[in-house]
Design a protein. Structure first.
Length: 364
């Protein structure tokens, strides 16, 4: 066992889920089947990379060819960039339904070559989410799918598609590593089920968790059951910004997270009803931090930190709602990751499939 608590073992993934990098290139992988988080030393072979763009056309076709399946059977669940080499890691579900298989692949940022990342006989550790919803919990989590799954329902004059899944599948919805701890968002087995967990790394039992409450502007009510869909560390890791379905953006100072208590977030923006946040990153340009939100209803949304800091909490339905924002003419983005200090990497759907695009932050 090394000083990160890793020892040789096998990562037994039941389903592909969120991934994120921590220190020393340790990759964290979430599995909602087993309600576990795994830490893996991926032994990335790349050399130190500088600031340079990386683009790759038809990544779903390429990954499908590598895995021996059609592009339509490649479900890219998450994306992370190695902090040293800038190689791209994809959490992929190969196939649909019970026949699906969780796979981790790496794309070399220099030549675009694809390899699978070994998960057997590797330095690893695991921790279980003890308060995960039970497998037979009958409560459902509703999302707005983009792949044709689910059922059509009528909302006013609009017909939308929703996917109902057992809340066990949303035990872990997103993760990020901040100041020696893994922050894990998702649902729990409690009545007020929305949860943010803080798990020290190396993994120990000395973890903290908080039930979350937010004001949902488009729903016009306070909520404790809706899970964070995506979130990002903000303000040098002193806080997080999180987003939920239909689409509030909420600020949580980490210093306010007292163990075992309910924490009330400050809703600072509302990006619209019938909208699903897909991913978030923050970046700094000309000394100012900005938030980027990929979502299903609009282009890429950019919000400046200075507006978030001064925004009073939204506590009643109103329009326009919250902080000023800019909407970039960038459609079809489903995943975001910081590539380097000058570029954000985006997974963007479009003609011919899905593509990796480097976006220069100075151009946003």
């Amino acid at each position: 066992m090394d000083d990160s608590g890793l020892q040789i073992g096998t990562v037994d993934l039941g389903v592909a889920g969120p991934i994120t990098f921590g220190e020393r290139g340790i990759l964290f992988l979430a599995d909602n089947v087993s309600a576990k988080v795994f830490a893996v030393d991926v032994a990335d072979p790349g050399s130190d990379a500088g600031s340079e763009p990386f683009d790759l056309e038809n990544v779903d076709v390429r990954v499908g060819s590598f895995l021996g399946c059609e592009a339509g059977d490649v479900d890219i669940r998450d994306m992370a960039v190695h902090p040293r080499s800038h190689n791209v890691y994809l959490s992929v579900q190969r196939g649909r339904g019970d026949a699906g298989q969780a796979v981790l692949v790496r794309i070399d940022h220099l030549d675009g070559s694809i390899v699978d990342v070994p998960l057997q006989d590797v330095p690893m550790a695991e921790t279980i989410i003890a308060d995960a919803p039970a497998v037979d919990d009958e409560r459902m989590d509703l999302t707005l799918p983009q792949d044709g799954q689910g059922e059509e329902i009528q909302v006013g004059e609009r017909t939308i598609r929703v996917l109902r899944q057992p809340i066990r599948t949303s035990t872990i919805t997103d993760m990020t590593y901040v100041n020696g701890a893994l922050l894990v968002a998702g649902l729990s087995n409690e009545e007020f089920s929305s949860k943010l967990r803080r798990i020290p790394f190396p993994f120990t039992d000395e973890r903290t968790d908080n039930n979350l409450e937010i004001f949902h502007v488009s729903h016009g009510k306070w909520e404790t059951a809706a899970p964070i869909r995506t979130f990002v560390a903000y303000d040098d890791g002193q806080s997080i910004l999180a987003s939920y379905t239909c689409t509030p953006v909420v600020h949580f100072p980490l210093t306010d997270l007292t163990p075992g208590t309910k924490t009330v977030g400050r809703t600072v923006a509302e990006l619209g009803a019938v909208n699903q946040p897909l991913d978030m990153v923050s970046f700094v340009h000309d000394g100012e931090e900005h938030l980027l939100v990929a979502n299903t209803a609009h282009g890429l949304v950019k919000i400046a930190r200075r507006y978030i800091e001064t925004q009073q909490a939204l506590t009643e339905p109103q329009h326009p709602v919250g902080v000023p924002r800019e909407t970039e003419d960038l459609q079809g983005i489903t995943r975001l990751a910081n590539l380097d200090s000058h570029h954000v990497l985006a997974l963007q759907g479009g003609e011919g499939g899905q593509h990796l695009r480097s976006i220069k932050t100075a151009s946003l």
